[in-house]
Design a protein around this ligand. Sequence first.
Ligand code: NAG
Length: 307
Amino acid sequence: MTITQVESVPLVAVVGATGVQGGSVIKALTESDKPYRIRGFTRDVTKAAAETLKKQGVEMVTVNLVVENKEAVYKAFSGADYAFEVAEGIMLIDAAKAAGVKGIVWSGLVSVKELSGGKYTKVQQFDGKAVVTAHGRASGVPFATVQAGLYASSFRTNPMMLAKQPDGTYAIPLIVKPTTVIPIIHMENDYGLYVRRALELPAFPDGVDVYTGGENITLGEMARQLSELTGKTVVYKQIPIEEFIKPFLALGLPLHIIEAVVEAFQFWEEFGYCGGQISTASKEGLARLPQTWAEFVKSADWSKALA
Ligand SMILES: *[C@@H]1O[C@H](CO)[C@@H](O)[C@H](O)[C@H]1NC(C)=O
């Protein structure tokens, strides 16, 4: 535990401190033998997760990251050396810049529209982040991205990713081929390792894109290992789009969100999760190794997902 209030050590501002990505960053910095001051941004400092962070020595500040709230957002960054953020990106970058931070680590994602040559245009969760990345690159503040792989936990918590079949067995029922390769990552545990590495390099890695992942693994192999390690019958099942979107439609999700999910999978299958971009360093120099899919499966509780 090296979180301190000593003014001479770097102050890292972590946006979304009680969320998965922000939480993982704080975990990784806490594990470091280098000292940090950490300022965590959250919408509600009274919630339990915020209280826990406060007890660990994190300075928690309430800030609602909406553009109408610009002044408060700017104030929240004052004195910070580094910023990590997940939402309302452009305003955050401007606020971090105005505060004179030494570097911004942004949880970006590739531009699907660009890397697919305009074939897939609806994956807003990726393209929106890529727009923020472009803004950050142009801001003049040293700027690096640490891009999330596919959340391993989504297979444990999202019934669309792992579903019980009528015969009592289980399937990963998705629209792409079982040979589709995914950079799988235990986000809660491992994402912060990459952010910590960026902050602890001798020079801030300005201009660098880091693609995170415990390993590159096919969806078919994920199903096979999940089955082998849990002793349950789990198969990968490629299903038609119409069948895949039925539960989304039943939930009343807006069409553009459903299309974004469908096109994201199609892009991963055809162009790769990172659209062919290559990480200069994936695991080198991390404080510890990120978990593989098998390690995640072994460490996680599957009693509900495979009930
Ligand atoms: C996964 O593949 C990408 C693209 O080839 C590469 O940049 C990345 O380092 C690989 N990740 C791991 C964990 O091997």
